[in-house]
Design a protein around this ligand. Structure first.
Ligand code: ADP
Length: 468
C-alpha cells in the first residue's frame, strides 16, 4: 500500500501547519503596516521639537504638547532649564555639561518610558526638549507608563483588536476547511461501506463496494467484496441444493408411485377375482414381482446414495494391481456384452500398476457402465475398455459407439434421476441413480469421472484414480 491513512494524516497536518504559518506571516505583515499607520497618528510624531521650534521660545506652541500628555523644556547654553511646562523628566533646574550629555545619551536609548524629541536652536543658542510618555506600541513590547494618557490608545487598540480578530477568523475558517477535508476522506468510504453492508444484510448479495482507494480502506474494500462474493456463492449453492432436494423428493415419489400403483392394482384385481386361472394368476404375479423388483432397486440405490452422502461413509480400500484387477473384471463383463451381441476390444498394459481401491465399489461402477451400454444401445455396438498409466493417475476409458447422450443432458448426467428419456428408461427399468452412485464412489477414491459424448456418436466415460 503506497498511501496509507497515516500518510494522508501527516500530509493533511503538514498542510494545516503551512496554512497557519502563512496566516501568521500575513497577520505579522498587517501588524507592521498597522504600526506604520499608527505611528503617523501618534502625538510624539506629530509634535516634534523640530516642527515646534521658534527663535523666540516664548512663541513655541506648548499647549499642543501639554494637551496630548507631553511636556516642553527649554535649556539654554549654560544648561539651565529656563522654561518647563507639562511633563518634566529633568529633575534639576540646572545641569552640568556631563549631566546634560548623559541626558542626551539617555534620550536616544531604546526601551525607556519616555520618548524625547530634542532640537538645538543655533541662532538663539538653546535646546528645545519635547517629552511624551511612551504609549502602547504595536510590537511585542508593551510598556507601562504612569504618565501615559489614553490619547494615542484608541487607534492603536482598535487596530490591534482588528488584526487579532482577523487572525482568529482566518485560523478558524482554515481549521473548519481542514477538518472537513480530513473527515471527507474517512467518512465517505465509511458511508459507502455501511451502505453496501446494509444492502448485504437486507438480502442483496450482489452488493459490492467501489472506493478506488489505495489505503487501508482499499484493503477493506477488497476483503468486503471477497466476503460478499463468498456469501453470494454460498447462498446460491444453498438455494441450488434446496432445489435439488425438492427435485429429488419429487423424483423419488414419482418413480416409486408407478410400480406401487401397478402392484396395488394387480394385487387388488387378483384378490377380487377369485376365479382366475393359474396361467392368468402367474402373469399378474410376474407383473407384481417385476414392479416390486423395480421399487426395491430404486430404494436400494437410494439407500446406497444416501449412505455415500453421509459423513460416516467410509470405503474399504485395499492395495490392488489395477491392471490385473481390470483383466479379471473384464472377464466377468464379457458375458454381458456377448448376451447383448456387442463387439468389444480391451487394452490393458501388461505391467503392474498399483492403486488403493474398494474392489466391491469399483466393481459396481464398472458393472453400471457395462449395464448402461447394454441397456441403451443396439445390438452390434462396439465397446472398448482401455487402461492408461498416466503420471500419478490411472485412467480407465470406457467407450461405446452407441446412441450417445445429448450435450444438454450430458452436463447433468451425474446428478440423481437424470435420464435422457424417462419414458424409454422407465420402460427399460433404469433408476437414474447409477451414474450418481458411480460419481460418489470415484470421488471417495480421490479421483473423478467425466463423460465425453454426443448424440449418435456414443459415450466415453473417463475415470481417473490416483495410483500409489
Ligand atoms: P439408469 O439407472 O437410468 O441407467 P444411470 O445414472 O446409470 O441411470 O444413467 C443415466 C442415464 O444416462 C440413463 O438413463 C441413460 O439415458 C443415459 N446413459 C447412460 N449410459 C449410457 C450409454 N452408454 N449410452 C446411452 N445412454 C446412456
Amino acid at each position: 500500500m503506497n498511501r496509507r491513512i497515516q500518510n494522508q494524516f501527516i500530509a493533511n497536518y503538514l498542510l494545516m501547519f503551512s496554512i497557519s504559518t502563512m496566516i501568521a506571516i500575513v497577520a505579522f505583515m498587517i501588524l507592521v503596516f498597522a504600526n506604520e499607520v499608527v505611528s503617523k497618528t501618534l502625538a510624539k510624531n506629530n509634535y516634534t521639537a523640530k516642527s515646534l521650534m521658534r527663535d523666540d521660545y516664548k512663541n513655541i506652541n506648548t499647549a499642543l504638547v501639554i494637551n496630548n500628555g507631553g511636556g516642553v523644556q527649554i535649556i539654554n547654553s549654560s544648561y539651565k532649564v529656563v522654561l518647563s511646562k507639562g511633563l518634566n523628566t529633568i529633575s534639576k533646574e540646572e545641569l552640568t555639561t556631563g549631566q546634560f550629555t548623559d541626558f542626551l545619551i539617555m534620550s536616544k536609548s531604546k526601551g525607556i518610558l519616555y520618548s524625547y524629541s530634542i532640537e538645538y536652536n543655533p541662532n538663539r543658542k538653546f535646546w528645545l526638549v519635547i517629552t511624551f510618555p511612551t504609549s502602547v506600541r504595536i510590537d511585542f513590547a508593551v510598556v507601562h507608563n504612569k504618565d501615559f494618557t489614553s490619547v494615542d490608545t484608541k487607534g492603536v487598540v482598535g487596530i490591534i483588536a482588528a488584526v487579532i480578530i482577523f487572525y482568529i477568523m482566518l485560523l478558524a475558517v482554515s481549521t473548519i476547511i481542514y477538518s472537513k477535508l480530513t473527515s471527507i476522506s474517512i467518512i465517505n468510504p465509511l458511508k459507502k461501506l455501511c451502505f453496501s453492508a446494509r444492502c448485504l444484510k437486507d438480502g442483496d448479495y450482489s452488493s459490492r463496494v467501489n472506493l478506488n482507494l489505495k489505503n487501508e480502506f482499499g484493503e477493506l474494500e477488497c476483503i468486503f467484496n471477497e466476503m460478499a462474493q463468498q456469501i453470494e456463492k454460498e447462498i446460491s449453492l444453498r438455494m441450488q441444493s434446496e432445489e435439488n432436494r425438492k427435485k429429488l423428493i419429487l423424483d423419488i415419489s414419482h418413480d416409486l408411485k408407478n410400480p406401487l400403483t401397478s402392484i396395488m392394482g394387480y394385487a387388488q384385481f387378483c384378490s377380487n377375482k377369485l376365479d382366475l386361472s393359474k396361467q392368468e394368476c402367474g402373469t399378474y404375479m410376474k407383473v407384481i414381482y417385476k414392479n416390486s423388483l423395480r421399487a426395491n432397486n430404486l430404494i436400494t440405490d437410494l439407500f446406497e446414495l444416501s449412505k455415500m452422502e453421509s459423513s460416516e461413509y467410509v470405503i474399504n480400500k485395499t492395495k490392488v494391481d489395477i491392471c490385473e484387477y481390470m483383466r479379471q473384471e473384464i472377464g466377468t463383463l464379457i458375458a454381458t456384452f456377448d448376451k447383448a451381441g456387442f463387439i468389444y476390444d480391451f487394452d490393458i498394459p501388461e505391467k503392474e500398476v498399483f492403486a488403493e481401491i474398494d474392489v466391491n465399489q469399483i466393481d459396481r461402477v464398472l458393472q453400471n457402465l457395462a449395464n448402461n451400454a447394454r441397456q441403451y444401445n443396439p445390438k452390434g455396438t462396439k465397446v472398448t475398455i482401455n487402461l492408461v498409466d498416466k503420471d500419478e493417475k490411472i485412467v480407465i476409458i470406457f467407450k461405446d459407439n452407441g446412441i450417445g447422450i445429448p450435450k444438454a443432458v450430458a452436463k447433468e448426467i451425474f446428478n440423481p434421476f437424470v435420464r435422457v428419456d424417462s419414458v424409454r428408461n422407465s420402460h427399460r427399468g433404469g433408476t437414474g441413480l447409477g451414474l450418481a452412485i458411480a460419481l460418489k464412489v470415484i470421488l471417495a477414491h480421490g479421483g473423478n469421472i467425466n463423460l465425453k459424448t454426443e448424440e449418435n456418436c456414443g459415450c466415453e466415460f473417463i475415470i481417473k484414480i490416483p495410483k500409489i
